[in-house]
Write a protein that binds this ligand. Structure first.
Ligand code: PRP
Length: 180
């Protein structure tokens, strides 16, 4: 039903699963003997985070934050606001911020800065998708699922106008759907 709006599948369920497993092994190696605190940035990260945290064989805790970045359009405004803050204190914790996509960098540049000021033991960023050519603000990405070109992608948590998040794959939306 949603498939009719998809121009092309970029990453299948199998490809996503394989890459999540690879990222999980990397995280396990980097954080051996440590407890990780995954921070999911709502809402797009929820599918990736659910798969990633189950693939990582380490003690971990989970928390969530919600920030506004995009308005109603398709590019981030640079106006960032915390809608929901963390429930937990991150002081002394090994934090991994989990995102679905790193685009202009506006959101993560701001967010990582806020988190650094809360004195965690460490902060790293893990994003399933990266659009490097769109970067406006510098952001260090420690764990990157896939670098992608500047296309409008949906699925596996990513939305257009809150739809398509439930697609099990990542696909490129047909331009006529968003008036492109
Ligand atoms: C997306 C994504 C990041 C941000 C990245 O969230 O999850 O938070 O945009 O864009 P940037 O690098 O240009 O700042 P979005 O605002 O679409 O909200 P959502 O996660 O609820 O879909």
């Amino acid at each position: 039903m949603l498939e009719k709006d998809i121009q092309e599948i970029l990453f299948t369920e199998e490809q996503l699963k394989k890459r999540v497993e690879e990222l999980a092994r990397q995280i396990e190696n980097d954080y051996a003997e440590k407890e990780v605190m995954f921070i999911g940035i709502l809402r797009g990260s929820f599918v990736f985070l659910a798969d990633l945290c189950r693939a990582v064989d380490l003690p971990c805790t989970l928390d969530f934050m919600s920030v506004s970045s995009y308005g109603t359009g398709t590019t981030s405004s640079g106006q960032i606001q915390i809608i929901k803050d963390l429930s937990e204190d991150i002081t002394g914790r090994h934090v991994i911020v989990v995102e679905d996509i790193l685009d202009s960098g506006n959101t993560l540049h701001y967010l990582l800065n806020i988190l650094e000021h809360r004195h965690p033991a460490s902060v790293r960023l893990c994003a399933l998708l990266d659009k490097p050519e769109r970067r406006v603000k510098p952001v260090e990405l420690h764990y990157c699922g896939f670098s992608i070109p500047d296309a409008f992608v949906v699925g596996y948590g990513l939305d257009y106008a809150e739809r398509y998040r439930s697609l099990p794959y990542v696909g490129i939306l047909k331009p006529e759907v968003y008036g492109g």
